[in-house]
Design a binder for this molecule. Sequence first.
Ligand SMILES: *[C@@H]1O[C@H](CO)[C@@H](O)[C@H](O)[C@H]1NC(C)=O
Ligand SMILES: *[C@@H]1O[C@H](CO)[C@@H](O)[C@H](O)[C@H]1NC(C)=O
Ligand SMILES: *[C@@H]1O[C@H](CO)[C@@H](O)[C@H](O)[C@H]1NC(C)=O
Length: 441
Amino acid sequence: MAVLSRACVRLRRKAKRGMMSPACLLAVHLLLLVLQKTTALPELTCRFNQHFLSVTGEKGNPNNDPDCQFQVIDNEFLDVIGSTPKLLDVGQARASQGPVYSREDNMIYYTTKRDPGGWSTRIEKIKFKTFQAGETPNEPETFADGSPIATGLAMHPNGSLLAAFQGVGGSKPTVGQIALYNLTAATGQFNPFADNFCGSPFNSPHDLVVTQGGEVYFTDPAYAYAGGFKGRPVLTEAVYRVRKNGVVEVVATGLQRPKAIALTGNGKRIYISESAAWTGNVSENPKLDLSSFDSDLPHNIWSFDVSNGRLVNKQFFTTTVNFGGYGTLAPMSIKTDTSGRVYVATYQGVQVYSSSGSPIGVIKLQGVSAIGWGGKENDHMIILDEERVRAFKLGTCCGVVSSSWRLRAPSLSTFFMFFLVLVLSMLSLDPFEVRSPMVSM
Ligand SMILES: *[C@@H]1O[C@H](CO)[C@@H](O)[C@H](O)[C@H]1NC(C)=O
Ligand SMILES: *[C@@H]1O[C@H](CO)[C@@H](O)[C@H](O)[C@H]1NC(C)=O
Ligand SMILES: *[C@@H]1O[C@H](CO)[C@@H](O)[C@H](O)[C@H]1NC(C)=O
């Protein structure tokens, strides 16, 4: 492109006629558009076909190609997947929710699927290193055992790990809360961070985000009650904010099963999913089984503007269906990238939307339970499906992680540079003041 544009500019100089360059540039653009339309797609990739069910019938859906792992609805998706898209294997694990990446130890932290018949989950970690066939896969390690149904995780900008616990009822009840872990302490002990709203216990906190300034927003759906492991809720389903001073306030209600929550890179917009369409019956087969979804119940994503910490201007973003397939899905986890795109984990795979809510493509993988960002540059999507941890390298940088910002003590070399610059500027600004004492000594 650049080469052709330069050729156009040279042509213009030669012609010395104003019309030459724009005409040439237009021709180049048209040529590129034609090329883009006709260029072969990367392997495992296909284009969405806007067929007519009245002609093909449901069974003849041309989008049901089992070899197509990356389905392109809009060319913007080609930027997301890059030229050689591939799902990379990180390791086998019962990884269900929350994946977050810790730079300090190059580990992915996640919460496990509940053990059958058990009432607790683990927070585990696995080394962020993809491996080829024949290499030894990474093994998960337990970070904290016996968490009372931990779901979402988030890194606090100061390096602590925040976890949402649903809590359980019964004879040994545990409270639903946001808990705080010290990642460097070996014990895996947690401290409560928020466990009530003005004295009333939360339902079952599910997912959370932390702003760069250390404020926490989290969803509190009634999934524990719906799943039969906690009594009737005291509070209505809501979204809460924990202010820097620790005070908890409610920022949204009226959403049915508010589940996933995500923040844009500039911190000015929050996405929240309503996931009531997923009946939340954890005892049933969680793999793609359309009977687990009720299309009469909400399965929407809403966007809110963040204004002075409050959520205002609620707007419809999208509703989730099986892209190119058939039926209703529920948005299980949401993430954003630095270009404002929105990634939604569904049981079909990872659906990708432009910032305005248009579907642009899908990374197909059955039973995806949650997504997150990983890698030193946040350039890998971490994908969990309760059986494996996978990674997908973005074709274009990067995922939004509020924890990418952190307070660090300035290093010794920074001090040295600062000192050097100071001395040099003193020397050049006022040489006599600096030199005279040296001379007099
Ligand atoms: C991080 O911030 C939280 C909340 O303010 C605080 O409780 C915790 O002790 C902090 N952790 C570190 C390592 O500073
Ligand atoms: C976290 O644990 C480390 C190691 O035990 C300890 O040195 C540090 O003070 C702890 N941080 C906080 C905020 O408690
Ligand atoms: C969940 O599934 C079990 C077994 O199929 C059933 O007995 C129970 O009523 C279901 N619970 C809900 C809330 O749908």
